[in-house]
Design a protein around this ligand. Structure first.
Ligand code: PBG
Length: 329
């Protein structure tokens, strides 16, 4: 008699399928990125990110309460900085009363148990739109690290649970970890953007924060001297292992969908949680296709986040977090 095995038996109906399903998405899987701006009552839609907004602190407070009710327990904060406050040193990033520091306190006051993660990089604070300090056409590594460490400390003092350096300077995790330990913040975790590729998928994010590299003489036009070349795989492992050696608690691969091979390989190579950032361009593409009526938004969204988790993500930073959780709840 043939066949003895019929794989379709375990697919006969939804009850059976749910019994054998290997990857299940839950609210615990998500980190919600949030864009914060100065002002009161501000909720501005980002042109290239439909249904995603820049929020002033009062609206941030409302938003995190809503997220908490939905079961979302961690947020990743980004700030849009006034042009007047931008320079080449990242000075404003260290302001104890800066927008990021106030945003951290706002979230912690509103929902004390919410995990507050903060972006650590100079681009929103840089007149040149780069993640580090610029000199003679180059992004300085070690000088930038010193500022990133101070910035992380300032976020920790404000109450951040996790600092997330997204800059890709060499050695920054060590610098940050050392300063945090020296200053007594031994419980502040570091989520390192370890395998962060120089990607065209970050376009809408740079619109959201007005943080794109400026087009000027002696200013690098792109971030390719620090973010990774997308042709590379081994380098992602090397970057990630180094960040773990230097003290990273969570490592990240970014962007998401085009890099799931890297996610799986890193997942197999490390024994710390792996985060994946499903970035702004990924969000924009799905929204645009859905707006045209060319694709089923909700179905494709769930398929995508499930694929990211299946590839090995312990957590997913995603602009879809709220939509996805509303669907699965
Ligand atoms: C800043 C930063 C970027 C993103 C997260 N942190 C942009 C960049 O590196 O240019 C991108 C996130 C997204 O596209 O959703 N260092």
């Amino acid at each position: 008699m043939y066949p003895l095995r019929r794989n379709r038996r375990l697919r006969t109906n939804e009850s059976m399928r749910s019994l054998v399903r290997e990857t299940i998405i839950s609210p615990n899987d998500f980190i919600v990125p949030l864009f914060v701006v100065e002002g009161k009552g501000v909720k501005e839609e980002i042109a290239s990110m439909p249904n995603y907004y820049r929020l002033s602190l009062d609206n941030l407070q409302k938003e995190v309460k809503e997220l908490w009710k939905l079961g979302l327990k961690s947020v990743l904060l980004f700030v849009k900085v006034d042009d007047k406050l931008k320079d080449n040193s990242g000075k404003e990033a260290l302001n104890a009363d800066g927008l990021m520091q106030r945003a951290i306190k706002t979230v912690k006051d509103a929902v004390p148990e919410m995990i507050v993660m903060t972006d650590v990089a100079l681009d929103p604070f840089s007149v040149y739109g780069h993640d580090g300090i610029i000199s003679e056409g180059k992004v300085l590594n070690d000088d930038t690290n010193a500022v990133l460490a101070e910035m992380s400390l300032s976020h920790a003092i404000a109450g951040a649970d996790v600092v997330a350096p997204s800059d890709m300077m060499d050695g920054r995790i060590f610098e940050i970890r050392t300063l945090l330990e020296d200053e007594g913040f031994c419980d502040t975790a570091i989520m390192a953007y370890s395998a962060k590729y120089a990607s065209a998928f970050y376009g809408p994010f740079r619109d959201a924060l007005d943080s794109a590299p400026v087009d000027a003489k002696d200013i690098p036009k792109d971030k390719k001297t620090y973010q990774m070349d997308y042709g590379n795989r081994e380098e992602a492992i090397r970057e990630t292992l180094m960040d773990i050696d230097e003290g990273a608690d969570i490592v990240m691969v970014k962007p998401g969908l085009c890099y799931l091979d890297i996610v799986r390989e890193i997942k197999d190579a490390v024994n710390v949680p792996v985060a994946v950032y499903q970035v702004s361009g990924e969000y924009a593409m799905l929204k645009a296709a859905a707006e045209k009526g060319w694709i089923d938004h909700d179905a494709v969204m769930l398929e995508q986040v499930t694929a990211i988790k299946r590839a090995g993500a312990s957590m997913i930073a995603s602009y879809f977090a709220k939509d996805a959780v509303k669907l699965i709840n």
